[in-house]
Write a protein that binds this ligand. Structure first.
Ligand code: CIR
Length: 256
């Protein structure tokens, strides 16, 4: 069970962040409205929020997930692979220290975005992406091993439609993955119950289990129905403005 989440309000220059999407510019009023609904949803799921102020130096800094990996046994500060985001870790460090007094770090030349790390019980899948390199993955695997967790890497560099591993996969209980079709057949995922997400709904694969609910993006009826059919309780949120900046549900919070 999670009890807390760290979130950061989007800044007025949110639309200056990185993106590969071609859905147009985000509408800032709607960004804030969707962010508020997201925060309310976390509260409905039983979490106490630590809300951080917008930081205009870092337009992508509302995507706090990329700055750290928080586990029940300890934290690791990430080292984002995009140079415009590197400074976000120093900014969030004091907040993480309030909850995790001695976080491990990812050091140069390692790079690692939290969005590439998928926790599946005591095992972690580490995505190798255009943000997370082999050295970052190696350092994280060593830290996780020190905490008593296992890990394995999964290379997504040849899959242009996803930025991070968790853009295409979510673990919603120890035994169940929501996974986009392109990844679903991989041998690493075969021992899990897999709820497959077809190509037209692939954005929705970035869903998040938060205690008794699964947060799911609005507009993806097949995945929503499949979650119900598998005994999960989806909570639907409009994510249109975050999708314009390559963001999804998991990236907007650090949950622990
Ligand atoms: C970026 O490109 O870094 C941001 N615009 C989006 C980050 C999304 N983060 C995530 O999926 N964990």
């Amino acid at each position: 069970m999670f009890t807390h989440a760290i979130v950061r309000t989007p800044g007025a220059n949110f639309d200056a962040g990185l993106t590969t999407a071609s859905f147009g510019r985000p509408l800032f009023d709607l960004v804030l409205k969707q962010y508020e609904s997201y925060c309310q949803a976390l509260v409905v799921c039983g979490l106490t929020l630590t809300p951080l102020e917008p930081d205009l130096r870092f337009p992508d800094s509302t995507f706090v997930e990329d700055t750290a990996i928080l586990t029940p046994r300890g934290a690791i500060l990430a080292r984002p692979g995009a140079s415009s985001r590197e400074g976000e870790v120093e900014v969030i460090r004091p907040t993480i220290l309030n909850f995790f007094p001695s976080p491990r770090t990812i050091d140069p030349p390692g790079t690692l975005d939290g969005g590439d790390i998928c926790e599946a019980g005591n095992h972690f899948f580490i995505g190798l992406s255009h943000r997370t390199n082999e050295e970052g993955a190696r350092q994280l695997a060593a830290h996780l091993a020190g905490f008593g967790y296992t890990s394995s890497t999964f290379d997504i560099r040849s899959i242009p439609s996803i930025l991070h591993l968790k853009s295409g996969i979510a673990c919603i209980n120890d035994n169940t993955l929501v996974v986009m079709e392109e990844l679903a057949g991989d041998v690493q995922f075969k021992k899990f119950n897999r709820i497959k997400v077809s190509e037209p709904e692939s954005y929705a694969a970035n869903c998040v289990r938060v205690n008794h609910r699964v947060l799911v993006a609005e507009g993806y009826p097949q995945l929503t129905a499949d979650l119900h059919a598998n005994g999960f309780n989806p909570l639907i949120l409009d994510m249109s403005e975050f999708q314009k900046m390559d963001g999804g549900l998991s990236c907007l919070s650090l949950r622990f």
